[in-house]
Write a new protein. Structure first.
Length: 88
């Protein structure tokens, strides 16, 4: 553990930030699983709604820098491919 007061504060802050980033990445994985399920079931309306929610969440994660922009773009492209049924 650090002895310097500002470093102790920094440790606490970085832990809070790490957990916030985990919330975004976890939510994105959850929406991917939901989208895959809806596509497998053939529910086009549900898949469209989940896709919108997924893209919105990815954009928010990019905005707060929980995800790198290129990583977010790759995930959105993967979701679009999945939604269109053109592959895994």
């Amino acid at each position: 553990m650090a002895n310097i007061h500002s470093q102790k504060k920094r440790i606490l802050r970085s832990e809070r930030e790490r957990l916030e980033n985990r919330r975004y990445t976890s939510k994105i994985k959850t929406y991917f699983r939901r989208l895959e399920t809806k596509v497998a079931e053939g529910d086009a309306e549900g898949a469209a709604a989940d896709h919108r929610e997924l893209v919105s969440t990815i954009d928010k994660a990019i905005k707060v820098r929980a995800l790198h922009a290129n990583n977010g773009a790759r995930k959105k492209a993967r979701a679009a491919r999945l939604r269109s049924g053109a592959g895994a």
